[in-house]
Write a new protein. Structure first.
Length: 372
């Protein structure tokens, strides 16, 4: 155990003994998300560096405080990538924060989520025990897969110190197609294409303020012959890759003009609706604004907090859910989001996990739940 890790373990041990809350933080690029940010900051960036990288095995292991940009640059040198396109939300994003947040970018519907690429993790639990789960191969799991449990836990179960990830080669060819259409037509196109052997990788339908009709963008990735054939079959207007790439990055990091509109309309929250991809256009409160990703499975909605019941009812009616992603009052130093209640069964499971990993309740208290 090196000095940086030993200091963190001692910090956790002291906090557990005193029942003193700790706020686990890497680059802080996702501080806008959650109910509250409580406790003394425990910075993970001292745990930095790529531990091992085997391009031929498609496996990389990095310490949790490693810059996400640094990791992606190292992979790019070998023609490889994190295919789930984790959002950065800022220049300080870290590998540990990527896994803890469990967020994926535009390609998620086609290639899978962060958790699908986590092979193993090392972490410090609330008892100041340094534990390792999983490994560096997909089959190195027996019993409960704790490594993947960490994806999306937002630091409430433990402090990640090291992560092993599966990576993939960059695809041979790529193309982006543009279609002018309304949301209903966009969903129909996506549902039709989804039933065909097409190299669909990502999609985004957006309607800018005051625009009479929306625009659907579809990204194709795969073998050159497959991409070229799909372009001829699907139609639309092909966009030069050099022009399309920055827009897909902006979609990934929520810096598109559509997301910026909230800054000029106080009181609007950014809602995240997770739905079956085949769900139709939802009946939503008047004046709400919608952006559609993941071939229809992810819909971002700008709406005030008092629209919670209507949004949740609309999502539940088609078998989905609605949660606040960025609260109306959120800022760089805090989220203040109010998440919708969980079912009693799910809340019970979460409480038992929290008790097992962090019995003193010191890690990120109040981030995801008012109770812990």
């Amino acid at each position: 155990m090196d000095q940086a890790l030993a200091q963190i373990v001692e910090r956790v041990r002291a906090a557990a003994a005193d029942h003193a809350p700790l706020r686990i933080r890497g680059g802080g690029t996702k501080d806008f998300h959650g109910r509250a940010l409580n406790g003394d900051v425990l910075d993970t960036r001292s745990l930095s560096g790529i531990v091992s990288y085997e391009p031929s095995e498609l496996v990389v292991t990095a310490r949790a405080g490693t810059s996400l940009a640094e990791l992606e640059a190292v992979l790019a040198e070998k023609g490889q990538c994190l295919p789930f396109e984790p959002p950065h939300f800022g220049p300080g994003a870290t590998v540990g924060g990527m896994v803890a947040a469990g967020l994926s970018g535009p390609a998620r519907a086609s290639v899978g989520a962060v958790r699908d690429y986590v092979l193993g993790v090392s972490l410090v639990n609330g008892k100041a025990e340094w534990l390792t789960f999983g490994g560096q191969v997909m089959k190195n799991v027996a019993g409960y897969d704790v490594s993947r449990l960490m994806a999306g836990s937002w630091g409430t179960l433990g402090l990640l110190t090291e992560v092993s990830l599966k990576v993939l080669p960059v695809t041979a060819a790529e193309a982006t197609l543009r279609f002018e259409c309304n949301q209903a037509d966009a969903l129909r196109k996506l549902h039709t294409w989804g039933a065909q052997p097409l190299p669909l990788n990502a999609s985004c339908w957006v309607q800018e303020a005051q625009a009479p009709v929306g625009t659907l963008y579809v990204r194709l990735r795969g073998a050159a012959a497959a991409v070229e054939a799909a372009c001829k079959t699907m139609g639309g207007t092909r966009i030069d890759n050099a022009l399309a790439a920055p827009d897909w990055t902006a979609c990934r990091n929520q810096t598109l003009p559509w997301f910026a509109e909230r800054a000029h309309q106080p009181g609007l929250a950014l809602w995240r609706l997770s739905l079956p991809a085949t769900a139709p256009v939802l009946t939503l409160p008047a004046a709400t604004r919608v952006l559609v990703e993941w071939h229809g499975a992810l819909r971002w909605v700008q709406a005030p907090a008092d629209a919670a019941d209507a949004l949740q009812a609309a999502a539940q009616a088609v078998g989905g859910s609605a949660t606040v992603f960025v609260a109306a009052c959120a800022g760089p130093s805090g989220g203040s989001g109010q998440f919708l209640p969980q079912s009693s069964a799910l809340a019970h499971i979460h409480a038992r996990l929290k008790q097992a990993f962090d019995p003193a309740g010191i890690f990120n208290p109040g981030r995801l739940s008012a109770h812990w």
